[in-house]
Design a protein around this ligand. Structure first.
Ligand code: ASP
Length: 348
């Protein structure tokens, strides 16, 4: 074969869009890299706050979540299924601020938010302020697939869950001693006045982290992202954060990247942070790392959000970025070579 035929073949490959004809075909699927990245929340965290036993438990659940998601991708499953499975593992663990283990509102309730997004067609589903759903990410997926809406909240979301055969859990299922004590400390600190959520902005001390998220790339070139959270300790009843809002705490687009954020939602929401990263890639041609680093270490900080959170992201090549301006973020990933990483602290 002539040299120019090789040259032509290789020069065409990078411009074939992941959403185009190459996606979904068996030939494309065998060439396509797979990868997954997860987080279990960002916050103020140092090795001295952690006992070796607790650290091992966190690392174990993060690994279990990666295994669940990557296992699906490896068998040729979709990125949506991988994201949901990885998140459900963390929602089922009392260690994380999502599902079981969610933080408490000012009035002592658990109000959970979640979203999932399909980067192949920009379909999305989300729920907010649900109090009795074991796996809010599964309900968000049902909103995406079974309704013509994007976001359902509160009682309406739970009524929809029942109509789909999803049982409601008693409030006691979500109770953990640690989260209850966190609320008591926060209440004591503010003298049991009406919660002044804005006062939490300058620091993340009152921020009970542990929000969970996942982003995956499957063999068909499709990216999906999801986030699930109990929100912020001592938040006002009815407060909704960035996690269930498409473009703020969760976003996926095959043309650019998938993302899940964690931190003080009030910052992420006003910057439309996740969509901003995607826009920098789409309109300015920035690579993933440059766009994520700019948002987390520059824009967010200049906006007053020093020590306010982090982001996980993955692009269509399977390149992974994790960034946070806090002292720690529970995180893990399996890269395109199949190498597994689980990390907690900064500088690890
Ligand atoms: N971003 C979440 C919220 O503001 C909280 C978190 O990530 O820890 O609801």
């Amino acid at each position: 074969m002539h040299k120019w035929v090789y040259w032509l073949a290789w020069s065409i490959v990078p411009i074939v869009p992941a959403t185009g004809w190459a996606a979904g075909t068996p030939a494309a699927a065998s060439r396509q890299p797979i990868a997954i990245v997860i987080h279990g929340g960002a916050g103020t965290l140092s090795p001295k706050d952690m006992t070796p036993g607790l650290e091992m438990e966190y690392r174990f659940v993060l690994r279990k979540s990666l295994d669940a998601g990557y296992g699906i991708l490896k068998k040729g499953g979709t990125s949506l299924n991988a994201v949901q499975a990885a998140i459900e593992v963390m929602e089922d663990s009392p260690l994380f601020n999502a599902g079981r283990g969610s933080v408490f509102t000012h009035d002592g309730k658990n109000e959970m938010d979640a979203a999932i997004m399909d980067g192949s067609n920009l379909e999305a589903g989300a729920v907010a302020d649900v109090q009795h759903i074991k796996n809010p990410i599964a309900l968000a997926r049902l909103v995406m697939e079974k309704t013509s809406h994007v976001l359902l909240v509160g009682d309406g979301a739970e009524k929809f869950a029942l109509s789909q055969g999803m049982p409601l859990m008693p409030a006691s299922y979500f109770y953990t001693k640690q989260r209850w004590e966190e609320l008591q400390r926060a209440l004591k600190k503010e003298g049991n006045q009406a919660a002044a959520v804005r006062e939490q902005y300058p620091g993340t001390q009152a921020h009970g982290f542990g929000t969970v998220g996942a982003v995956a790339l499957d063999r068909y070139g499709n990216i999906a992202a999801g986030t699930s959270t109990g929100g912020l300790t001592n938040k006002l009843d009815g407060r909704v954060g960035d996690s269930p809002i498409v473009g703020d705490g969760t976003y996926a687009n095959n043309l650019t990247c998938g993302e899940s954020g964690t931190g003080i939602g009030e910052y992420f929401m006003r910057l439309n942070l996740a969509k901003d990263v995607s826009d920098l890639m789409e309109y300015k041609g920035w690579p993933l790392k440059k766009a994520v680093d700019y948002e987390i270490y520059d824009k967010l900080v200049k906006f007053g959000g020093k020590n306010s959170g982090g982001l996980i992201a993955l692009d269509r090549k399977g390149d992974i970025v994790t960034a946070f301006n806090t002292s720690g973020m529970y995180r893990g990933w399996v890269d395109t070579r199949g190498h597994v990483f689980v990390k907690i602290f900064k500088g690890e």
